[in-house]
Ligand binder design. Structure first.
Ligand code: PGA
Length: 248
């Protein structure tokens, strides 16, 4: 059995003090959660949020990490810098980074390997655009991402994959339960084939894209879906808590 994992992706929202207030409100609401709970916060919020998380099982995550150990990469943050603050998870290859910041399958792969080497758990995002889905290219696009983004990983139990159809992110248009389940099932099957013998069966795959308090139960009831990566609905404690407590 894979333990469900619900992660919030705050994106570029919440100052440090707002973030601390949000997790302080969240803590009591999710204290009996049976799943893993993660908040992926803006890098500069990390110290304040870490302090506010004291005494809770909520894990701290970042939204990006550079692949080099250190050096002349102005504006970037290394895995060691995150580790020193107790960060355990890091989102890699979010479609917004691919779209706006030149992230490629190659850099996603390098960041993922660097995160793993530092002992961070990468949450690697993959997914197709609306055009690709409508053109019947979903499996082809995902297969290419699978081959490139995860090359060189030895133990897939140490990573999380987030399947995020780009057309469902921030649009209010969620994949249906069946669509999400079927596509995640495809990803798992394909990865088992490409990375045979590397513990893919233990790897958790989340769904992400307009997941909220209303639709989370149906999505989480699907056998292939091991969790959610939550954007908009992670910005309010009650909304995020309702998703974390999907099983109550
Ligand atoms: P959303 O974002 O829940 O606001 O659609 C999800 C994500 O981008 O991770």
């Amino acid at each position: 059995m894979r333990k469900p994992i619900i992660a919030g992706n705050w994106k570029m929202n919440n100052t440090a003090s707002e973030g601390a207030a949000l997790v302080s409100a969240l803590k009591p609401l999710v204290k009996d959660a049976k799943c893993d709970v993660v908040v992926c916060v803006p890098a500069i919020d990390i110290p304040a949020v870490k302090k506010a998380l004291r005494g809770s099982k909520i894990k701290l995550g970042a939204q990006n990490v550079h692949y080099a150990e250190k050096g002349a990469f102005t504006g970037e943050i290394s895995a060691d810098m995150l580790k020193e603050y107790g960060v355990q998870y890091v989102i890699i290859g979010h479609s917004e980074r691919r779209q706006y910041f030149g992230e490629t399958d190659e850099t996603v792969n390098k960041r993922t390997l660097a995160a793993l080497a530092a002992g961070l758990t990468p949450i690697v995002c993959i997914g197709e655009s609306l055009e690709e889905r409508e053109g019947g290219l979903t499996e082809k696009v995902l297969s290419a991402q699978i081959e490139k983004d995860f090359a060189g990983i030895d133990d897939f139990s140490k990573i999380v994959v987030a399947y995020e159809p780009i057309w469902a992110i921030g649009t209010g248009r969620t994949a249906t339960d069946e669509q999400a389940n079927e596509t995640i099932g495809f990803i798992r099957k394909r990865m088992k084939k490409v990375y045979a013998g590397k513990r893919v069966g233990k790897m958790r795959i989340q769904y992400g894209g307009s997941m909220n308090a209303k639709n989370c139960k149906g999505l989480m009831a699907q056998p292939e879906i091991d969790g959610g990566l939550i954007g908009g609905a992670s910005l309010k404690a009650a909304d995020f808590a309702a998703i974390v407590n999907f099983d109550k």
